[in-house]
Design a protein around this ligand. Structure first.
Ligand SMILES: [Zn+2]
Length: 335
């Protein structure tokens, strides 16, 4: 999504710079559309075949389907097809992709987490086994969305699901992007899926997609970086990932955390309290967080611009999210 915005920004700028004789239009576009850094080569969209989605094969029997910046995966076992998520944006692509590689029916859906953009087409797959973390079941129940039917079975810390010769190692690293967001490891295909935490080639989405726990996002990176895998599926943007992508995302996220932590330590809230009406605490915090973001963002841009996509888009917001997390979550296990 951010990639498209960025490309549009570049196109708008290109038209203005080329002086195409639409001065008023170009002027308006350049005044209202921020200029974004071009995407690094390995973050750009891949060509999409005529069928409208990209089907990647992972190992022998696992596949990922990618379209429009969204991604899910499935495994063809001897007993049937196991889906990992059912995104509404892939409502046509996913069944079509499955049909291309097997005549077997879908027998299971593993919910990565409760968010609608990943599982709100689950109902379309009918009466199948649905597996999730117990916290995901609670959120699904609370949100009362008929397109996200309740899981039929849940787990708390770990569960190994055996289906038709494949083991699916489900594990929970604690609250992260969302409470209940799990890791699905498929050892036979040397691949793992964790959604909305590592986005291969990209810096994090705004506030890690309303992360329930920012420290938990860092801890999830630690767990992912210890997996013995070749392929990683992150649930968004344009391609599959590798252990190197997990390491890079971990390095970036820790750098963001550490830099923000250091700048917070060098910034005094009292300096800003003195600049606003006495008692307007929100205004003081706003100035304080703005000052922290300006200083920390300059450092992060210097080190990371051009290495990961979107560093110039959400980094400022993500610094402020970390600054609030440092105040409220105040984790003692992260440097
Ligand atoms: Zn999500």
């Amino acid at each position: 999504m951010a990639g498209r915005v960025s490309r549009r920004g570049m196109l708008g700028l290109g038209a203005a710079a080329a002086g195409l004789g639409v001065a008023s239009l170009a002027g308006r576009a350049s005044a209202s559309t921020p200029t974004f850094t071009p995407l690094p080569a390995d973050a750009r969209p891949r060509p999409v075949p005529a069928e409208g989605y990209i089907l990647d094969r992972i190992g022998d029997a696992m596949y990922a389907v990618t379209a429009g910046g969204n991604q899910s995966a499935f495994v063809v076992t001897k007993a049937g097809v196991v889906l990992i998520d059912a995104p509404p944006s892939l409502a046509t692509a996913l069944p079509a992709a499955i049909k291309r590689v097997t005549a077997k029916p879908v027998t299971h859906i593993i919910y990565s987490h409760s968010h609608a953009d990943h599982i709100a087409n689950a109902k379309a797959f009918g009466d199948v086994v649905r597996v999730s973390h117990v916290d995901t079941a609670a959120t699904v129940k609370a949100n009362r969305d008929p397109n996200r039917p309740m899981p039929t079975t849940t787990f708390t810390d770990r569960r190994v699901l055996h289906v038709g010769g494949h083991a699916f190692e489900l594990s929970y690293p604690g609250p992260n992007h969302e409470a209940g967001n799990i890791i699905v490891n498929v050892p036979r295909e040397r691949a793992a899926v964790m959604v909305d935490v590592v986005l291969p080639g990209w810096s994090p989405f705004k506030a890690w997609g309303t992360a329930d726990s920012v420290p938990g996002v860092l801890r999830a990176h630690d767990v992912l970086s210890r997996l013995d895998i070749d392929t990683f599926v992150g649930g968004h943007v344009h391609r599959l990932g590798t252990p190197a992508d997990i390491r890079t995302s971990r390095d970036f996220t820790y750098d963001l955390w550490d830099t923000t932590n250091r700048v917070v330590g060098q910034t005094r809230l009292a300096d800003f309290t003195a600049q606003v009406e006495p008692g307007n605490n929100w205004a003081a915090f706003q100035l304080y967080y703005d000052a922290i973001a300006t200083r920390a963002e300059a450092e992060i841009r210097q080190r990371w611009l051009g290495k990961l996509a979107g560093v110039d888009v959400f980094t400022r917001d993500n610094i402020i999210t970390i600054a609030v997390s440092l105040l409220l979550d105040a984790p003692k296990d992260i440097s």
